[in-house]
Structure formats: structure tokens, C-alpha cells
Design a binder for this molecule. Structure first.
Ligand code: B12
Ligand code: SF4
Length: 578
């Protein structure tokens, strides 16, 4: 190991070594636990750039697994690479040396994969006798690739609770480590064997969520770091400081197993289907169970200001849970069981919102409601398999703003078949709704995550841009799909130009402002899109109105930067329109 020497990994030769493995008998011999309690180390997805682009939080998936495993007599520990007090590789090495470990589990997502694999290689080097297991998104959708990139013994498909319990039982009894539903193994001949598992039932899910060890999760460490990074204490107005704290002091609660809406760009909608090899049943907590979990979170973290419901969609069109839950929250606040100013955030189907539901949510303390609007063009929404939401966007946003809830809209500016009009319309609408009081998060194009329908569409192959990804500290690399660009060459050029300008200008702002919330970033997207789209003959809001809105949302110390944005944009020459 070269840890003392820049923290790099030795070039790995393990890929060749594991080629003939894992044979169930070899695995079986690998981990004698000698009658002591089994020890599993579970590592969350590793995002060294986190915090700037995402709101960091403890990795809920692996924490839930440790809670579940502890009810099965396994001493499971979380290693959270995003919350280390020393360099990550050193911190992990120290933890690995505090073994013995019987199993090291790595959680994977597409965007964090290179770093997740870096940690996997390190684990194999330092604790070669522990079983090395991958779980999460990439392990489920792409086990072949993962076996070829790192010396894993097993992949887990979908929910980790049952497969890890089965592995623990076999390790404890010395039984062969084979034929475990929900795992993928590689035979001696290199053949990949998938054994599907049925998704957890409602009762199983409810028990798993109930075991989440909130009291052990280091939320306060995350809050402290975020408060420092965002310089909340230095904000001049109390209202801004309070808003900053409400945003930061949040705890995440997951009450649903998956969202069945099947948007074409979404991978998580297919996660449990992939694991099961068929359509999985939707399962979620009922209102009473949600309230119990909220009380438990507040007991564990009394300074919590906001509970974020982590579910992909929190409110269904046919929803019998929402109103009783909101009433239950109001009553619990009234009885003093929950702080009166406790707030909530959730992500919802925009077509499931009614004035009655919005009012009930407002009364209960829902402050921000996320809506996956994605795009304001009906055609693009149809392409995303989301056409049914189109007619609900305008009335729901108006109603939400009227009752005093802030809608947060996620937007993808272009689809593969977007026209210039679609793009311009979405920019205009984004600006309109930001000015009306909505928050907006903007992505320029579709990222083809493994598992998403759009990533498997052969027609889109020519539009897909790949990049070569390398596992840091190794020579191991692969080609990963990075973006799907529009077919129309003019739209493609436009969105790439806008993206370039956004990145340049963002770098300027970042040098002056520690934290740029999504409302600033989205206005920056609009400021960068306006000249390009105007040059393409599209109607746009005036430059001045965009820059004024941007200046109004930058912190006072940086508001003068807005007028300098133009200096940093490589503005195109206007095109004469006949
Ligand atoms: C909440 C969330 C976040 C939050 C908080 C994440 C956190 N720290 O908990 C924030 C905003 C910080 C976030 C950030 C990012 N996220 Co995110 N996020 C989610 C979301 C909506 C829910 C995740 C969740 O908590 N699920 C509930 C828990 C209980 O389930 P779970 O994590 O899946 O874990 C279970 C199984 O997967 C499995 N499992 C997981 N890990 C392991 C490990 C082992 C060893 C085993 C055996 C099993 C196992 O067992 C667990 C229990 O059953 C998902 C969508 C989704 N529905 O999954 C996207 C999602 C996971 N995120 C995604 C992405 C891309 C990111 C970012 C990379 C974005 C970015 N550009 O920065 C970052 C990565 C940051 C990081 N360090 O992890 C993508 C991943 C795409 C993909 N196919 O890989 C998803 C699927 C959303 C999407 N479709 O685009 N995210
Ligand atoms: S609504 Fe959201 S979570 Fe559900 S399928 Fe669409 S993008 Fe995925």
C-alpha cells in the first residue's frame, strides 16, 4: 500500500486472481468466524465532490442495513466516506485494520462508482479474507461490469436485508455460500449467476425501516459541517439564518420501497423489478408508522428542524395516507409530542395534488414540495412517459404558492427529441415560476443511468456521449455513458454552449460565494441560456430582468457579481431573424 505516499492504491492484480473464483466451497472456507459474533463493515457511496452539488446526508441504505443486521446478531458498522475527519483512504485503512471483518459491503451508484470501486480495492488489499460484497444501484443493474472492475465475491440485487441475513446465517453455521436469493456470483468458469429475490413485503419493509439506528447516525456532524461551509452564522438577517438552519438541520426518512411511475430516464423506478426479475409490489409505511418514525427521529436528534421524506413519490393519486398523516402531525404538535415548528419536505406527483391535500400539508408544516416536472413541453413530457402531468402543472403550482408552500421543480432542459421551441419554452417557464416563488433545480440533458429505459434504447445510441472513467489510483477504466444529447443539431449545439457558459460562470461565482443554492444556480442556467436562445430566434425574457433576479438571490456581499456575469459569458452574435 502506498497510503503514506499520497494515499494511492497499488495497481491491482486482483482482477486476474478472482477470474477462477468464486467457487462456493472456496468462499465457504474463506471466512471462519470461530464462534465469535460476525462483524460486517458497510461502506456508503463515496462522493468526494459532495456538498457542493448535493445536500449531504448519512447514507440511509447502509445505515438501515446495519440496524436490520443488528437484530440478527451481526455487529455491523457503517463507514461513511463522506464524513471523515481525516483523508478517506487513511480513515478506511484504519477502520479495516480494526478488524477482524467477516464481510465488507460497498454501496454503489452510477455517479460515485469510480470512488466506490477505489474503496473496494483498498478493502481487498487490507482484508483479503473478508467477503467483498457490492450492493445498491450499479451492483443491481450492472453486476457483470462490477465483477470485471473489482475483486468482488458477491453482488446483491435490490434490497440488501434478506441476502445479507442469509449470508450471515451461512457464515455462522459454516454452510456453503451458494444459492442465496438476491445475490449474483461468478462461477469458476467466469459465468455470472443471478439469483433473483422477491421485494420485501410491506411488513418486512416496515420492520426494516423501524430498525434504522437514527440515534447512531451522525446527523449533527453533517449539520455542523454544512453550517460552516454555508457560513450560516455570518448571514446578516435572523430570518436568513433561521431559513439556513431549517434547510441544514434535516433528517431523512424513507417510507416507500419504490415509485412505479416508470419515467423513461429514471433508474430507481426499475430497481426492485430488476432484483425480482418481474414487477415488484409497492409497499410503504402507513400514517401511524410514519408518525412513530418521526417521533423516533426527534428523540434521537432533538435539534431536527426538518424531516425530509425521502420517498421518490410521497403522495399518490389514490392516496389514503396523506390526510390522516397530516392530521396526526397537527395533533402530535398540539399535544407537545412534536415541536410546533417542525417542518417537512417531500417529493410528490404533481398530478396527485388537490387544494385539500395542499392545505393539509401546509397545516402540518410541509414547507417545500418537490415535483418532478422535468420539462414544460407536452411533447417532451410524453417522451419521458410523463405526459399525464402536463395539465396539472399550472394549477398545482398556483395553488401551492397560494397556500404558502414552496414548490421545488426538477427540470431536464432537453430530451433526445427536444426542439429549440421546447427548450426556449422550458427556459421561459422556469424563469416565470422562479419569479413567482418556486425553487428550481436544472439539469441540461438526460444522464443515462444504468437501469433507466432510455439508457437501453438502441435508437438513442448515436446521441449518447461516453466518457472513460478510471478508478483513482489504479489503471482500471471503463467507458460510461455520460449524456444523451438532442437529435436536432441546432438544439444539441445550443445546450452544449449553454452548459459551457454555465460552468465558466459558476466557477466565477463559486470563487466568491461559499454555497450557491439551487435557486441561484437555476437563474444562472437561465442567464446562460438567454443569449444563445435569443440568437437562435427564440423569445426570451429581457437580459436585465434575469440579471436583476439573479442579483436579488445572491448573498448581499456577492450581488454585484450578477452584473459581471455578462463579462464571463462567451456571448454568441445575434442571428438576424427574417
Ligand atoms: C436521497 C437520495 C440522495 C440524497 C441522500 C443520499 C444519502 N446519503 O442517503 C442526496 C441528495 C445526498 C443524494 C446524492 C446523490 N445521489 Co441520490 N438519491 C437519493 C434517493 C432519492 C433515495 C436514496 C435512499 O435513501 N433510498 C432508501 C435506502 C434505504 O435505499 P438504498 O439506498 O437503495 O439502499 C438499499 C439497497 O440499495 C441496498 N443497498 C444499498 N447499498 C448497499 C450496499 C451493500 C453492501 C448491500 C449488500 C446492499 C446495499 O440495500 C439497502 C436497503 O435495502 C435515490 C433514489 C432511490 N429511490 O434510490 C437517489 C439516487 C440513488 N441518487 C442518485 C445519484 C446519482 C446521486 C448523486 C451521485 C448525485 C450527484 N450528482 O451528486 C449523489 C451521490 C451522493 C452520495 N455520496 O451518495 C441516483 C443513482 C443513479 C444510479 N443508477 O446509480 C439515484 C438512483 C436517483 C436517480 N435515479 O437519479 N441522493
Ligand atoms: S416520478 Fe420520479 S421516481 Fe418516479 S419514475 Fe418518475 S423520475 Fe422516477
Amino acid at each position: 500500500m502506498l497510503l503514506g505516499n499520497g494515499g494511492e492504491l497499488e495497481p491491482s492484480t486482483h482482477r486476474d486472481q478472482v477470474k477462477g473464483e468464486p467457487d462456493s466451497l472456496l468462499l465457504h472456507r474463506k471466512v471462519p468466524s470461530h464462534g465469535r459474533a460476525l462483524r460486517f463493515l458497510l461502506i456508503g457511496p463515496y462522493d468526494p465532490h459532495g456538498g457542493e452539488y448535493t445536500f449531504l446526508a448519512p447514507p440511509l441504505g447502509v445505515w438501515r442495513l446495519t440496524g436490520h443486521l443488528s437484530t440478527r446478531g451481526v455487529a455491523a458498522t457503517v463507514f461513511d466516506p463522506n464524513c471523515c475527519t481525516q483523508p478517506v483512504l487513511r480513515a478506511l485503512s484504519d477502520t479495516l485494520r480494526q478488524g477482524p471483518w467477516d464481510l465488507v459491503g460497498i454501496s454503489t451508484t452510477a455517479m460515485t462508482l469510480r470512488y466506490d470501486l477505489q474503496l473496494a480495492h483498498l478493502a481487498k488489499q487490507l482484508v483479503p479474507h473478508a467477503l467483498l460484497v457490492a450492493g445498491g444501484m450499479e451492483a443491481t443493474f450492472n453486476p457483470e461490469r462490477l465483477f470485471s472492475l473489482a475483486p468482488f465475491d458477491f453482488m446483491v440485487l435490490g434490497e440488501g436485508e434478506k441476502p445479507l441475513t442469509a449470508l450471515a446465517e451461512r457464515l455462522r453455521t459454516g454452510a456453503a455460500l451458494c444459492e442465496i436469493p438476491g445475490t449474483v456470483t461468478r462461477t469458476r468458469e467466469g459465468r455470472i449467476v443471478r439469483l433473483r429475490q422477491v421485494a420485501m413485503t410491506r411488513e418486512e419493509l416496515s420492520k426494516a425501516i423501524a430498525t434504522t439506528p437514527y440515534a447512531s447516525m451522525p446527523y449533527s456532524m453533517y449539520w455542523k459541517r454544512l453550517e460552516e461551509a454555508y457560513q450560516v452564522g455570518a448571514l446578516p438577517f435572523k430570518a436568513d439564518r433561521e431559513a439556513g438552519l431549517a434547510e441544514i438541520r434535516s433528517v431523512r426518512l424513507n417510507t416507500l420501497n419504490y415509485c412505479p411511475m416508470a419515467c423513461t430516464f429514471c433508474s430507481s423506478t426499475n430497481f426492485l423489478h430488476e432484483a425480482q426479475g418481474g414487477v415488484a409490489r409497492v409497499a410503504r409505511l402507513d400514517a401511524e408508522e410514519c408518525l412513530t418514525m418521526i417521533r423516533r427521529i426527534l428523540d434521537a436528534h432533538p435539534h431536527t428542524r426538518t424531516v425530509i421524506f425521502q420517498d421518490d413519490i410521497f403522495v399518490f393519486t389514490q392516496d389514503r395516507r396523506l390526510l390522516p398523516l397530516c392530521e396526526g402531525i397537527v395533533a402530535a404538535k398540539g399535544r407537545g409530542e412534536l415541536p410546533v415548528d417542525l417542518q417537512f419536505i417531500s417529493t410528490n406527483r404533481i398530478d396527485s395534488m388537490t387544494p385539500e391535500r395542499l392545505q393539509a400539508m401546509r397545516r402540518a408544516g410541509f414547507r417545500v414540495l418537490g415535483f418532478g416536472v422535468e420539462n414544460f413541453s407536452r411533447q417532451v413530457l410524453k417522451e419521458f412517459n410523463k405526459g399525464q402531468i402536463y395539465d396539472h402543472i399550472e394549477p398545482t403550482l398556483k395553488e401551492a404558492l397560494k397556500v404558502g408552500v414552496t414548490p421545488f421543480l426538477d427540470l431536464i432542459l432537453t430530451s433526445p427529441r427536444s426542439s429549440m421551441e421546447d427548450l426556449a419554452h422550458t427556459i421561459r417557464q422556469a424563469f416565470r415560476w422562479i419569479r413567482a416563488g418556486c425553487e428550481v433545480g436544472i439539469y441540461p440533458y438526460v444522464i443515462p443511468f444504468s437501469g433507466a429505459a432510455i439508457a437501453r434504447d438502441p435508437e438513442l445510441e448515436p446521441q449518447t456521449v461516453y466518457e472513460t472513467i478510471t478508478v483513482p489510483g489504479t489503471a482500471i477504466s471503463w467507458r460510461q455513458a455520460k449524456k444523451i444529447l438532442p437529435f436536432d443539431p441546432a438544439v444539441r449545439e445550443a445546450i452544449l454552449a449553454v452548459e459551457r457558459q454555465f460552468e465558466q460562470t459558476l466557477a466565477l461565482l463559486h470563487s466568491k460565494v461559499p454555497h450557491l443554492p439551487s435557486r441561484v444556480r437555476s437563474l444562472l442556467w437561465i442567464a446562460c441560456a438567454e443569449p444563445t436562445l435569443r440568437a437562435a430566434g427564440q423569445q426570451m425574457p429581457t437580459r436585465q430582468s434575469i440579471l436583476t433576479a439573479l442579483a436579488g438571490r445572491l448573498p448581499p456581499s456577492a450581488s454585484s457579481l450578477a452584473s459581471r456575469v455578462d463579462d464571463f459569458l462567451d456571448l454568441p452574435m445575434p442571428v438576424a431573424v427574417a
